[in-house]
Write a protein that binds this ligand. Sequence first.
Ligand SMILES: [Zn+2]
Length: 180
Amino acid sequence: MSKIHICLPYEDELLYSVLARTRVKNGYIAYTYAAEDFFLSPKTRPDIEFVNAYSDGLLEELEKIKPFSEWIKENTMFYYYSHFIPEDRKTGAFESLMQRNGEHGKNMCMPAKGNRRFLRICPICYRNEIQTYGEAYWHRSHQMMEMDVCTIHNCRLMESTVKISGTASPSLITARPLKK
Ligand SMILES: [Zn+2]
């Protein structure tokens, strides 16, 4: 496995989105090749809102950018889902995320598994990012369920075809406003 060059996170970007851009930048054409290098198990389904059991190589590169605890705080939905839960459960969830053991959902108020939820995107953020950076990214703040507009542009968020939960085949897809 060659060294993975992690893309630096943008403001409010999901870690999933950073890894999706990293997949493209490192030339992984097929998801399965990236999965072999990124995760402890190549059968991993990327957790769009949180973290996964990453390979030692990927983790090492992530931690060169900032401590893993900062990735959790700044690039996952941890604060969103743990805002209203008691302190001990919040601590438990954070520890699960630090250990990447997949148990974090047990301590947080997560939506029911059966809910059909898709990653959302603001078309104006998207256009601006493409113009400014030559690429776009998935924002954390666009995935908050009770918010249907982008707080920067007051623009209605669009649903993509990327399923947040459910049985779609695992993938790491970069941000784009796909119409269903
Ligand atoms: Zn926007």
